[in-house]
Ligand binder design. Structure first.
Ligand SMILES: Nc1nc2c(ncn2[C@@H]2O[C@H](COP(=O)(O)OP(=O)(O)OP(=O)(O)O)[C@@H](O)[C@H]2O)c(=O)[nH]1
Ligand SMILES: [Mg+2]
Length: 169
């Protein structure tokens, strides 16, 4: 059994939503939420007791330590997560820190700008080990009852139940 502690890392808006919508799962776990600049949601996060860290590349060595293993998750279509993840994976790899990374590829109905951010990031992600890409269109096909209300909650649940739960030690 691994002696490393697992820390769950939500990156960008999607990463934060996953932590917030599964507080039962994350409540007794170590988690880290990294997002961009303060916005209105920041106030909401504070109200519900979610600690949001404003991502700063200078702080990578404060976020990530060798005695932990990290489960990272994010959506690929936004500016914040897609740029942070490459810096984070570079840092983890060059410091020999163990991680697994789960990235959601946007729905085909999302704006082209998002799809192209995701595609560019995917090309960069190919050079890293331990990265799993979850295609939301594919997940949607498996759930016939998926409607607008559950368009993200079902992929989030699939991640937590099918991947993160199996990974925890
Ligand atoms: N699985 C899942 N994906 C989401 C969720 N919210 C957004 N996404 C996906 O994640 C992509 C990126 O969105 P955000 O995470 O909000 O973007 P960001 O990384 O915060 O970057 P910004 O553009 O700077 O806000 C979107 O294009 C969606 O495909 C969510 O709750 N769950
Ligand atoms: Mg955002």
């Amino acid at each position: 059994m691994s002696l490393l502690r697992t820390v769950y890392v939500g990156i960008g808006g999607a990463g934060g939503y996953i932590i917030k919508s599964h507080d039962n799962f994350f409540r007794d776990k170590l988690y880290l939420y990294l997002d961009g600049e303060k916005d209105l949601r920041h106030i909401f996060d504070e109200l519900i007791g979610i600690k949001r860290n404003i991502y700063d590349k200078q702080n990578l060595s404060a976020y990530f330590h060798k005695e932990n293993r990290y489960e990272l998750f994010l959506g690929l279509g936004g500016k914040t997560g897609s740029s942070c993840i490459i810096e984070i994976l570079d840092f983890l790899n060059s410091n020999g820190i163990y991680y697994k990374c789960y990235c959601f590829y946007p729905y085909s109905f999302e704006p082209n700008t998002r799809i192209s951010v995701a595609d560019k990031t995917l090309v960069s992600l190919k050079q890293y080990q331990g990265v799993t890409v979850l295609y939301m269109d594919e997940i949607k096909k498996r759930y016939t009852n998926l409607n607008l209300a559950s368009v993200f909650s079902i992929p989030n649940e699939v991640l937590v139940k099918n991947y993160l739960k199996n990974d925890s030690v």
